[in-house]
Design a protein around this ligand. Structure first.
Ligand code: ATP
Length: 202
């Protein structure tokens, strides 16, 4: 699976719609300071479900929307779409039938955030689920930032283990287990409440 296109509109400094065609397995982004190199990486993280404004170098989620420049007014909607070439079938299961997979996220100034999978509206979770265990994802090692290698070398064993588990493809199952445990805890609480209510009525 390979990221083949990034379509950005209204996101940070990318006010007009632009499509970046990534034609090979290795792509470099070059340009002068402040031209938008890091904004491109922020766009990729954001569409894959990053929910922390701090990790996108902003104070609030609204900061990802183009907020105007000396010559342009602010706009109301940011949209980023990633197109993955899945012709090698890396994403199996329900996705195996698709040679191309598109994930898209939009946010408006009123805070309305939407996700789309191959054009159909979906939940954030549907997007993060796809990438769990693939090495991609908003905080995964597929995006190597400045300082990341030294952070890995100096990482505590538990942090290193998280990275290795993602590479081994088992983080998906750990996440499922965590969700199931939360659901079981809620069910237990509900049962206790029900028992209390029944005892009061009897
Ligand atoms: P450097 O090489 O210095 O790291 P860079 O190419 O990575 O630079 P970015 O950080 O991607 O640059 O882009 C910074 C530019 O994006 C700044 O000019 C900043 O004003 C602009 N910018 C960031 N957020 C927004 C926004 N919401 N609306 C408009 N412009 C924005």
């Amino acid at each position: 699976m390979r990221l083949s296109k990034i379509r950005i509109a209204g996101f940070k400094s990318f006010v007009d719609p632009v499509t970046l065609d990534l034609r090979s397995n290795l792509t470099g982004i070059l340009g002068p300071n402040g031209c938008g190199k890091s904004n491109t990486i922020d766009a990729v993280r954001w569409v894959m479900g990053e929910s922390s404004a701090k990790h996108l170098r902003g104070a609030s989620m609204e900061d990802v929307i183009f907020n105007g420049s000396s010559s342009r007014k602010p706009i109301g909607l940011a949209s980023v779409e990633l197109v993955f070439d899945n012709s090698d079938g890396t994403l199996g299961g329900a996705y195996a039938q698709y040679a191309e997979i598109s994930v898209k996220r939009q946010v408006s100034r009123d805070g309305d955030s939407r996700y789309f999978l191959n054009g159909a509206k979906c939940r954030r979770r549907d997007i993060t689920d796809i990438f769990l265990g693939t090495g991609l994802g908003p905080r995964s090692y597929a995006i190597i930032e400045q300082g990341m290698i030294s952070r890995l070398i100096e990482a505590k064993p538990e942090e290193l283990r998280n990275t290795l588990e993602e590479a081994a493809g088992i983080s998906r199952y750990k996440e499922r287990r965590r969700e199931t445990e939360t659901r079981m805890a809620h069910t237990r609480e509900n049962l206790e409440r029900l028992t209390d209510l029944r005892d009061e009525l009897e």
